[in-house]
Design a protein around this ligand. Structure first.
Ligand SMILES: *Cc1c(COP(=O)(O)O)cnc(C)c1O
Length: 243
């Protein structure tokens, strides 16, 4: 067996294992396994590996930096999978993000919403699905909007021509014990339920993008509809880019 075939087999097995565990977590919470989507986080991994992951069955890919994605996405192509931006987006990169990504999980300010809407107009893009990233951790290294900022972000999306709010995203503080992340996932679900009651997600019920390699099962038990899993699929990254 050559190394390409070995890699292919390894990716296939890891994906199968993640899908199994996702399904088990869904069933524990009386949910349907089909209601949870896997976003394979490919940051730091080269285009060649990503192509193999698509062959192994990956349909959605997550990248956290526009600059890195700029090199990789054109190489892998847009046809094989949907591309999700999951890391902080600086407003001077809004145009590039609109060009490269299918979905943005990291909308964290009203100003960025206005910027993205303008970029969509300039590039002739009809619609951009976005999730609001909410910081529930009150950390010093804050990523995401505070809960108190959410109404003004929703207003900016309402006033936009091309942004469509599809859900909420969070990245809880890191805990060795994933059980400690549970209250953060639960809080995001409660917020989603409150916003859904106000019909801010239109006809859809509101996605919950939450859970990574070490806590995706807990996130699914708490209602995640998209989990963002990197290490369990692609193996450990050489450099940590946790943004
Ligand atoms: C890197 C990253 C992930 C995936 O992390 P793993 O622990 O490798 O599964 C998920 N979400 C965000 C925002 C990330 O930056």
């Amino acid at each position: 067996m050559n190394s390409k075939a070995q890699l292919q087999e390894q990716l296939r097995q890891r994906l199968e294992r993640v899908h199994e565990r996702m399904a088990e977590a869904a069933v524990r919470a009386n949910r349907r396994p089909d209601d949870v989507k896997l976003v394979a986080v490919s940051k730091t991994h080269p285009a060649e590996i990503i192509r193999q992951a698509i062959v192994a069955g990956v349909t959605d890919l997550g990248e956290n930096r526009v600059q890195e994605a700029e090199a990789k996405i054109p190489e892998v192509g847009r046809q094989g999978a949907r591309w999700h931006l999951i890391g902080h987006l600086q407003s001077n990169k809004a145009r590039r993000a609109v060009e490269l990504f299918d979905v943005i999980h990291s909308l964290d300010s009203a100003a960025l919403a206005r910027r993205l809407d303008r970029a969509c107009g300039e590039m002739g893009r009809e619609e951009l699905p976005v999730l609001i990233q909410i910081d529930l951790g009150q950390e010093a290294t804050k990523s995401g909007a505070a809960e108190s900022e959410v109404p003004e972000i929703i207003d900016a999306i309402r006033q936009s021509q091309r942004l469509r709010l599809t859900g909420l995203m969070t990245l809880p503080p890191y805990f060795d014990d994933p059980e400690q992340a549970r209250p953060f996932f639960r809080r995001l679900r409660e917020l989603r339920d409150e916003l859904r009651a106000q019909r801010v997600f239109g006809e859809s019920s509101g996605e919950l993008s939450m859970g990574m390699t070490h806590d995706y099962e807990v996130a699914i038990e708490e209602g995640a509809t998209m989990v963002r899993v990197g290490t369990a699929i692609f193996g450990a990254r050489e450099s940590k880019t946790q943004d």
